[in-house]
Design a protein. Structure first.
Length: 576
């Protein structure tokens, strides 16, 4: 896990002091080594976190003997296999970075389909004066870009782009859509005008002689493969364990220490079981809990009374302390957080860092492909067509949008794409409205603390296998993730089969009158009202109704508004 920036300086205004300041903005992503390289008016900046080949020989920007330069964030898990398969020789390091350049020299952009890993990178070919930009299949590793006339910037975070362009504008359309629909990272747009998200499973190749003549292309698409279909459930289960074991084994490729984010639910415990029961390895686990006992994962793990829950490091968080740090976190995340859980994960990563561990493994992607979400289960069992939609839902199945909160005359996409079947909804959740923001939050939580976040349940070969098979193998009346439940029972691994629909005390927290007063005071003369975005009267009415309700209901409408306000307070009329 690293940070990098590639940009052009047409006016020749960049000084060493400015370059150092840009590098400092992503020092957290790569605290082990920072450097930059210049080629005419183009700059390659890199901050390295040493994971594979801990020596200085793997430092970047990395240049090979043919003059190809690479800046790279992520890991190529199968780099040793590819090195052997294509008989690659004459290496100066033991890094996966150098393997990428050798494959590029051998096959050009076609080598991308060979890679198994999480990555984004820029390769500059000096001989041809060409640049190749690429990102991993699911967008685990972030990449943003800015293009204007003959000026271009690519960066693993947004702040370096803001510093280079000096002045920037807020994208109020995206901010308004977030409040009204609850969607974030569902398109290539960001909360900053002209700064876009480079799409996953894609690459772009262009000449520096004409940077405006370029087109982003796909190198991979998720499709159903008949060759991967299993004849029966037993055959599926056997192959499921084989694919997951291979995926998790690859995710353990590291010269640095690794760890697991553990909860009392199935996903992380399944990963833990494969590591210990199949791969015969030990792993240190980290979990967090809340002062509110109902949401305390540490207590839930203790209640399982299993010997398998030794070697766990724990963190207790106070929701009030998190709330009063939220403005700072929104600045660090360069946008809204997902909820109290996202913030708690950030502090858990701090604990991992204190234990001198550089890699954290998590179970993102499991719910999408093994039908763990409630709306997917309603589609499967109840044939509920109201969920065959572009809308996004909370874990308990409630819609996350509310256009009544918007004051200005904003054109929402009221058409709302209707999908034909559950597979189309899964694809939409994976590549648009759900998984992209979860991966972004996970990357931010880890990267801000110099930790590389890995997600074995998004290994593309594992996902292709799951996606190609019948949904009947993945779900039954007890819910989704059927093969995981079966495995855990076979291994006598105790977990809570039904996880908490909401895993933090966020809903109860916002019912407090003192918090209500703080939020109302914050918003009354705030940026959302000044910019005529928030329907303050409607928000206040909904908030008072929320407090009066005996039942604890969805608090996301409060969360969205506070995050949007803090975002504007952090970034409005500022130069980074």
């Amino acid at each position: 896990m690293c940070g990098y920036v590639f940009f052009s300086d047409g006016k020749n205004e960049i000084t060493k002091k400015k370059l150092d300041s840009i590098l400092d903005l992503q020092k957290h992503r790569g605290p082990d080594y920072s450097n930059y390289q210049r080629h005419k008016k183009y700059f390659f900046l890199h901050n390295r976190l040493k994971i594979i080949d801990l020596s200085s020989k793997g430092n970047q920007p990395f240049e090979d003997d043919k003059g190809n330069i690479i800046i790279f964030n992520g890991e190529i898990y199968n780099f040793l296999e590819l090195k052997k398969k294509y008989n690659l020789k004459n290496f100066t390091s033991k890094s996966d970075t150098e393997v990428i350049l050798k494959l590029y020299d051998l096959k050009g952009p076609n080598f991308l389909e060979l890679l198994n890993g999480i990555f984004s990178f820029i390769i500059f070919n000096k001989r041809k004066n060409k640049v190749l930009v690429a990102r991993d299949r699911f967008g685990v590793k972030p990449l943003f870009f800015y293009k204007k006339k003959n000026f271009l910037i690519y960066s693993t975070e947004i702040k370096p782009i803001l510093r280079i362009i000096k002045k920037f504008e807020i994208n109020f359309n995206e901010l308004t859509k977030y409040i009204g629909e609850g969607k974030y990272f569902d398109t290539s747009k960001t909360f900053f005008k002209n700064i876009e998200i480079f799409p996953p499973a894609s690459f772009e190749e262009f000449s520096l002689n004409n940077i405006n003549k370029t087109k982003i292309k796909k190198y991979w698409k998720l499709r159903k493969n008949k060759k991967l279909r299993c004849k029966n459930e037993n055959d599926f289960f056997k192959n499921f364990i084989k694919y997951t074991s291979n995926a998790i084994k690859l995710n353990l490729v590291s010269d640095a220490r690794y760890s697991l984010l553990l909860s009392s639910g199935m996903d992380s415990n399944f990963i833990k079981s494969i590591i210990e029961d199949v791969l015969n390895k030990k792993i240190t686990s980290f979990t967090y809990g809340w002062k509110n006992k109902y949401y305390n994962e540490i207590l839930r793990l203790k209640k399982l009374r299993s010997s398998n829950y030794s070697n766990i490091k724990k963190l207790i968080k106070d929701p009030q302390k998190i709330f009063y740090q939220l403005k700072k976190l929104v600045y660090l995340y360069e946008g809204p957080l997902g909820g109290f859980g996202t913030a708690a994960q950030y502090y858990l990563m701090k604990k991992i860092k204190k234990n001198k561990i550089k890699v954290a493994i998590s179970g993102e992607g499991t719910d999408e492909f093994l039908l763990g979400y409630k709306n997917l289960q309603k589609i499967f069992f109840e044939k509920d067509k109201s969920y065959l939609t572009d809308k996004i839902f909370t874990p308990d199945g409630k819609e996350m949008g509310d256009k009544r909160l918007i004051l200005k005359n904003f054109k929402f996409n009221d058409k709302n794409t209707k999908y034909k079947n559950i597979n189309e909804v899964v694809m939409n959740y994976t590549f648009r409205i759900k998984l992209p923001k979860l991966l972004y939050f996970y990357d931010k939580s880890s990267a801000l603390n110099g930790i590389e976040g890995r997600v074995p349940m998004l290994d593309h070969k594992y996902v292709e296998f799951i996606f190609s098979n019948s949904d009947k193998f993945k779900i039954d009346l007890d819910g989704g993730k059927k093969p995981i439940r079966k495995w855990l029972e076979l291994k006598n691994r105790k977990t809570y089969k039904k996880k908490l629909e909401v895993s933090t005390p966020q809903r109860e927290f916002f019912k407090q009158k003192k918090i209500y007063k703080y939020i109302i005071k914050l918003l009354q003369n705030g940026e959302l009202i000044k910019n005529k975005i928030l329907n303050f009267k409607e928000f206040k009415f909904q908030y008072l109704s929320y407090i009066k309700e005996e039942k604890v209901s969805n608090s996301f409408f409060i969360w969205k508004v506070i995050n949007a306000e803090f975002f504007l307070l952090n970034y409005r009329n500022k130069i980074i």
